[in-house]
Design a protein around this ligand. Structure first.
Ligand code: ADP
Length: 329
């Protein structure tokens, strides 16, 4: 049986956090066993919503590569590369943009929401590039003829649009591209320290590569059961953000903590200390690996360079087919 092919990418737009790790990377690491995987640090995508100051991009790409490799992505198994190193992404994006009706892009539900949200933060992203974000994502996926795309639920409308664009291409020119299917990851949305979805844009994240002090300090700020005001009040772990994290990072002590919390035998301060200690312990092997890799920047650059070479070979073959189907040179 031939392996399916996966494409997935992530923007180097800030520090990689635990939501990114548990919501995406942990799953990618498992997928490497059963699929042919292309994982891309999509730096051009990062420009679609933040284009003024590009000075931090190189550093963020390097950091993201360190995060991915220390979390278990393996360049022997997967093709790991930077989007802008493979210029074919831009060529295919351009060609797709010629045949995609504007109304298809404008009706993506996240488009208007994000435009408004970032507008309120004083960011002007009323740009051609931002509107074309799903177009670039489509190019990313089909350049490698990926048949499977791991996505979060919020990404499903983008993928549906990709499938429409692909059908249009296949109908107008030649049926070159498979329609990719979305693979919803099983893990649910990880909350941040304030209880909302963990996200860079909310500033509520716990950094994946944070030091023990930093992780402990972030955990200390976590919201708990709002009804539990005093140490002597009995708590309800079911509505406590800290307990959600205990379930993920501290399964062994979970039931004991739950009982102690309900009986007011453990206070939130101690409960958080125990959580932070477990998180630090579980992240430690990955942090160690990250430290080793960060001492070898040339090796990391070489991994990305070799990944781009492998990606480019596939991308060039696809573009030869596309140009021929469209009668272009
Ligand atoms: P952010 O919201 O911090 O900007 P991104 O949108 O760049 O994060 O997300 C990159 C990847 O990480 C996506 O696959 C997304 O589904 C996943 N992800 C981000 N935040 C979370 C979260 N809180 N819980 C689960 N997965 C998440």
């Amino acid at each position: 049986m031939t392996k399916g092919r996966i494409f997935s990418g992530m923007q180097p737009s800030g520090r990689f956090h635990l939501g990114n790790y548990l919501g995406a990377l942990e799953n990618w690491v498992k997928l490497q066993r059963d699929y042919e995987c292309f994982f891309s640090i999509v730096d051009w995508h990062a420009l679609t919503s933040s284009y003024e100051d590009t000075s931090k991009i190189p550093e963020r790409i390097h950091d993201m590569a360190l995060d991915w490799l220390s979390a278990g992505l393996d360049p022997e198994k997967s093709v790991i590369f930077v989007q802008s190193h493979v210029k074919e992404h831009a060529e295919l994006h351009l060609l797709l943009s010629m045949m995609t009706p504007l109304s298809w892009l404008e009706r993506v539900p996240t488009y208007k929401d994000k435009l408004q949200q970032l507008g309120e933060q004083g960011k002007d992203i009323n740009t051609y590039g931002f509107l074309g974000y799903p177009e670039l994502m489509t190019a990313d996926i089909i350049l490698y003829k990926a048949d499977t795309v791991p996505v979060g639920e919020d990404q499903l409308p983008h993928l549906e649009l990709s499938r429409e664009i692909i059908r249009r291409f296949n109908y107008l020119y030649q049926p070159i591209f498979p329609e990719p299917a979305g693979m919803l990851s099983k893990s649910s949305v990880l909350p941040g320290i304030d209880g909302r979805k963990m996200s860079k844009s909310y500033g509520n994240e716990i950094p994946f590569a944070g030091s023990a002090e930093e992780i402990t300090a972030r955990v200390r700020l976590m919201v708990t059961d709002p009804q539990r005001v005093k140490r002597t009040d009995k708590g309800n772990p079911d509505v406590c953000n800290v307990y959600t994290f205990h379930k993920l990072f501290n399964q062994e002590q979970c039931s004991e903590i739950s009982i102690a919390c309900r009986a007011a035998e453990i206070g939130c301060v101690d409960c958080k200390k125990r959580l932070a200690a477990q998180m630090v312990e579980q992240l430690a092997p990955m942090h160690e690996k990250r430290l080793e890799l960060s001492a070898k920047p040339a090796m990391v650059a070489e991994i990305l360079h070799a990944g781009a070479e492998r990606a480019r070979k596939v991308a060039q073959d696809t573009m030869a087919e596309v140009r021929s189907a469209m009668h272009l040179g």
